[in-house]
Design a protein around this ligand. Sequence first.
Ligand SMILES: [Zn+2]
Length: 307
Amino acid sequence: MMTPHSWNRRGFLKATLLAAAAPAILRGAVQAGFEIGLVADAQFADIDDKGTRFYRNSLKKLGDAVEHFNGRNLDFCAHLGDLIDREWRSFDEISRPLAASRYRWHHLLGNHDFDVLDELKAKVPGRLGMEQRYRFFDQREFRFVILDTNDVSTYAHAAGSAERIAAAAALQGLEVEKVRQAKPWNGGIGAAQLAWFDRTCTAARTERRKVIVLAHHPVAPENEHNVWNSPAVLKLIERHSHVVAWLNGHNHAGNFAEHAGVPCVTMRGMVETAATTAFATARIMADRMVITGHGRELSRELVFRSS
Ligand SMILES: [Zn+2]
């Protein structure tokens, strides 16, 4: 596996050798791709540690990650959901290290982000600076799709709401069918969002953009952390061959699977352990993504399937 370092050196040598021949093309080659910062599950709360989770320590860990990111040349940063573990005021405290960032942070909704009073649940996306619960943005030749995997869930909506009642019924149905991910801390992607995701991918193809999905819950490999309706989501991804990667958090242990040639990476949770962190930078090029892990996060090279 090539390390980012060796890639850079190789790129540099290539540029040096061929500079006289084709300077314009090579300038592009040397600066190939762009880099982003990734963090999953800071899950901050001002509460005592429990088991392997050290909730308070995420303030310092996230601050250190922000400092690392600030020293690099990134296009943007993303937190893959569960910024807090519980309580509305946790958002205030964990926002402090983020305020020191010189980059734009894109947030995703996680199940723990809704562990606030019922009357505050609807305000969670706004508190995270999200205009919509799911959306996309284009970065260079890529389309980043941010999904809301808590769309159909028993925690994201207030008790007694139509959404909560429907989700409880859906969960019960999945439990009867013995679906492995039929757990109250997971959620599903509703029909309207799934149709939007489909349209968004189709439009990206028209614009010749590859799609990278950012979500809180995983869809692969099969396990108890997945999106409730992961089979439907995976089918959609199979159909859109220009969807090239799925990045998520939620399962703090981390995970990896390749589904139909699409690398599905579960990033390790920052909140785990007293002293070790977990975050990453990812350099995204036309045909691959090179993830450089820090702390417990693994470094990987993910080659995109050709569409
Ligand atoms: Zn989670």
